[in-house]
Structure formats: C-alpha cells, structure tokens
Design a protein around this ligand. Sequence first.
Ligand code: DC
Length: 335
Amino acid sequence: MVVIRGATTIPTDTPEEIKRAVEELLEQIVSCNHLIKDEIVSIVFSSTSDIHSYYPAKAAREAGFGTCSLFSAMEPEIEGGLRLCIRVMIFVEKNIMPRHIYLRDAKVLRKDLTQIFNVAIDGPAGSGKSTVAKLLAKDYNILHLDTGAMYRACALKVLEAGVDVEDETAVVDLMRNVSIDVEFKDGAQRTLLDGEDVSEKIRLPHVSMAASSVSKHPSVRMHLAEKQREIAHKMSCVLDGRDIGTFVLPDADFKFYLTATPEVRARRRYEELRRKGIEVDFEKLKEEIVARDEQDMGRKIAPLKLADDATLVDTSDMTIEEVVSFLKNKMQEKI
Ligand code: DC
C-alpha cells in the first residue's frame, strides 16, 4: 500500500469551487501517478475550518471517485495557517514511488515534495522523441506532453472544414471558436478537439504535413505555446516538440535534441504506420518527411533548431532503450 499526499486551495467557500478544486486535484494525482481509479483503496480529505459549504468527499464521489471509501474531516483552526485549504491522502494498492501534488496556494506547503522540473525534447519527425519522452516520463513518474498532437488537432479541424492550411487569416478565423485540449487518462495523453477525442485520427499521414503547415502561423503557435507553458508550469513533465527548448520553455531544466538520418526516420514512421494497419509508400513518406523538416526548420517563428544549451543525440544507430538510458545519465549528471 502506498500513500499519496496532496492539497489545494479555493478562492471562496462555495460548492462550485470545492467541486472544481477536488476534481482538479484528484485528476492530477491520478494522471501524474499513472493510476487507474480501481487501484485507489480510500481517499481521506481534511479541510480548514473556514470551509463549510460542501463535503470534499461528496465532490470526489461526484467526480467519479465513487468506488473507494471516502471520508472528509475538518481541521482545527491554526493561527497563521493557510486559509481555504483542502488536503488529501490517497491510499493506493500499487507499488509505486508516489508523486505528491500540491496546487495553487498550497504549493508553499511542501516545497520539498513538489519541485517541478521540465524536460524538453525537440527534434524532427521520426527522431524517436515521442517514444523516448513517453518512457522517460514513465520512469520519472511525471507527465508526457506531446505538443505535436495539439498542432495535429488544429490541422484536422482545418482539413475537415475545407480551409486552405496556407491561408493564415482563414485558419485563424476558424480557430477562434475551436477548443483544443489535452487530458491525461491513466497516464496517457488524449487530445480533444471541441470535446471529441481525436487522438487516433490525428495520426493519419495526411494530417502530418497539414500540422506542419498550420504551425507556421504565428497566432496558432502563440495560442498553443501558451497552453503548453500553462501545463508545464503546473507540474513536472517531459514535453516533446520542435520548439520546446528554444521558445516554449527556454528555461527548461533539461534539454535534448534528437535526430537521425532521413532514411532511418522514414523507416521508423513506415514501420509504425504499418503496425497500425496503414499502408504507405516508403519513398513518398521519406520525401514528405524531408519536406516537413524543411518547412519546420525554415519557418519564421520558433523554427525547429538546436538550442544552444541542448544536448544533441543522433539516434540513427541507437535502440530506444539506449537513447532513454543516455538521456537519464545526462540528467543524473546535472542533478
Ligand atoms: O511531432 P509531430 O510529428 O506530431 O508534429 C507535427 C507537426 O506539428 C510538425 O511537423 C510541426 C508541428 N509542431 C510544431 O511546430 N511545434 C511543436 N512543438 C510540435 C509540433
């Protein structure tokens, strides 16, 4: 049995704020610890004595945590203590290194447990960054944010609406009323376009080039980069993309740039698509990868490039395990 701790604060004592805060806290604990809800044995809340309007345990039940035992208690009033604070202790039937989550003003409570760190992994298509980022995040028990998926969701919308991907005004007009969100379920990212889970659809080959094209438009980039920063500032994560170390998080704690020859990268993508049952022509795929590299490296805003302080890793002759272990050793050297 493992115990995970957490806490958050609310701006005012209302049922809506309590429900929102409890749901946010529990969802983050679940995703950062790669839990499935059935692994939770019980959840115990305590709240400061200025919270009266709703039971956190009831809010948890309503947020879908109803299969384990739930309990709320009120804390004594301590002078100088944090106000409007909800604390939680989650008992889990799983052998993990727990990641404790302290949100909002409650971050000050346990700085020792909540040191946030970000790992930036940039590189061209097929360099292995997404697979490596996933494994690294799992090893460190932190989140993996696939930023390319957000550009892909945007491209899917543009394609479905029949808008020209090169027409910045039309793309921006369309994106004004579109919501692109990411959710983390059982440790894996799901990408939502206007609330619909498009995580599989965005992987189709025709979306790749369109994603590269829409990503050239400054307003699209600014909007998505801001969303990515918001997530990264809230919790430790590994982010993979094209501009993480140079533009999204120039202060990232660790920065890597993965690359490989176009031949190797095209081969990897080819095998990946075939495994999913998608037949593509290898030569055409290679051409498309090279064209995408040129477009991603040549754009005016936040182009794909090696950050001055990033470690360059040529993965052409390395296995995924070798790359992950290389990155972990580099990180260890810096800690
Ligand atoms: O990593 P990917 O293949 O899923 O990315 C698809 C496209 O999205 C890529 O060709 C360029 C764009 N992209 C970007 O411009 N910046 C990022 N941080 C991630 C992706």
